[in-house]
Design a protein around this ligand. Structure first.
Ligand SMILES: *Cc1c(COP(=O)(O)O)cnc(C)c1O
Length: 371
């Protein structure tokens, strides 16, 4: 096995297709004018298809967290209570973001590695009738668990509270239906399942989301990440300059190309490809001394978490694979630091050969290091 330069098998950023990279290498475009506006609007219309929404979509300049921050800050005001699902590192991040906006967080918790329980949100809303919303992570990337966003959405709708979802690592790689799941605020990023380089945070807002924003007496969202400002520019300047700030035009060109290829392939087909990669990987790992961290029915098809051989800190495995083979896999975050590895297969470029390459590299490591 030969070392390659850098093979990304992490949960973002992912390897991007050559035509996506190529579109980034063209001369820089201005972020206004009729041609730009048409191109930007086309990109937004692709995103609406992927979010599955008839609501509004904006492309914020920033990483996925900018999108999450914009959703939470725009939807809720200082002092308001919200229920937040906690079952991993990114749930905890969501809680920190909410607290940074002065919100009062009611935690709805299960242990890491388990999915959130919808009934617990029902109970939380009954106990806190003044709560204004629910926020959860769709795919908890720290564990690989997919949370039941549809069932939690039914509860948010029944109680008429705003519902925010962090779909940073799931949009474009898992089935997603924003409107059917009654999601009001949803954030994602360019560099994971959407298959483009880092730099952009697509955000979507439902009609009820706007009602929630418009009925607020006070806004605390600041300016740059305030979705009301983004909407105002889309409405007032939409025919020539659709964003309030300089858009990252080269990044939008890349995102446009990657979305076009996703839509041409079809999300269902791409999901099948990822499931196929997952099946090969999950068959191979336990045989070489890497037991899976989760039962199959809880694991996202885009990300495989596994334990390492007994007694080995997984950070060492991650470092070895990169140094010896140029393969980047991820270690554990937070509570799972040095306890698991995480292999991402959420890029349209990943092939079965890449999966066999990582399995062979891990097998070689295990042979050498088994205690
Ligand atoms: C990657 C990730 C984030 C953070 O995204 P950035 O683009 O690094 O800001 C947030 N939430 C989830 C679920 C993620 O997987």
């Amino acid at each position: 096995m030969k070392k390659i330069k850098e093979k990304l098998l992490i949960p973002g950023p992912v390897e991007v297709a050559d035509d996506v990279l190529g579109s980034m290498g063209r001369p820089v475009l201005a972020h206004y004018g009729s041609q730009w506006t048409a191109f930007y609007n086309e990109t937004v219309s692709y995103l609406k298809q992927i979010f599955n929404t008839s609501g509004d979509v904006f492309i914020l300049v920033g990483s996925g967290t900018a999108g999450v921050d914009a959703c939470i800050g725009s939807a809720f005001s200082v002092g308001e209570k919200i229920l937040i699902g906690l079952n991993g590192f990114f749930g905890d991040r969501l809680k920190s973001i909410a607290e940074s906006h002065g919100l009062q967080v009611i935690p709805v918790e299960v242990p890491w590695g388990e999915p959130l329980i919808p009934e617990a949100f029902e109970k939380g809303l009954k106990e806190n009738p003044d709560a204004k919303g629910i926020a959860v992570v769709h795919l908890e990337t720290s564990t690989g668990v997919v949370n039941p966003i549809r069932e939690i959405g039914e509860i948010a709708k029944a109680h008429k509270v705003a519902y925010a979802v962090d779909a940073v690592s799931s949009l474009g790689g898992l089935p997603f239906d924003m409107d059917e799941c009654h999601i009001d605020f949803c954030a994602s990023c360019s560099q994971k399942c959407l298959g483009a380089p880092p730099g952009l945070a697509p955000v979507a807002v439902s009609d009820f989301g706007w009602e929630v924003i418009d009925r607020k007496k006070q806004h605390h969202a600041g300016w740059y990440l305030n979705l009301k400002i983004w909407k105002q520019y889309a409405v007032e300047w939409g025919d020539w300059h659709p964003s309030p700030v300089t858009m990252a035009t080269s990044n939008v060109a890349a995102l446009n190309a990657s979305l076009k290829s996703l839509i041409t392939e079809g999300l269902a087909h791409r999901i099948e490809r990822y499931k196929n990669l997952a099946a090969r990987l999950r068959e191979g790992l336990p045989k070489i001394g890497f037991p899976l961290y989760l039962p199959e029915n809880l694991m996202a098809s885009t990300l495989t978490p596994a334990y390492g051989p007994a007694g080995i800190a997984t950070g060492e495995i991650v470092a070895y694979l990169f140094e010896k083979y140029g393969i980047r896999i991820a270690g554990g975050l937070g509570l799972l630091h040095n306890k698991i590895i995480r292999i991402g297969h959420m890029s349209p470029r990943i092939t079965p050969n890449d999966i066999y390459f990582v399995i062979d590299a891990l097998a070689e490591y295990a042979r050498k290091h088994q205690k």
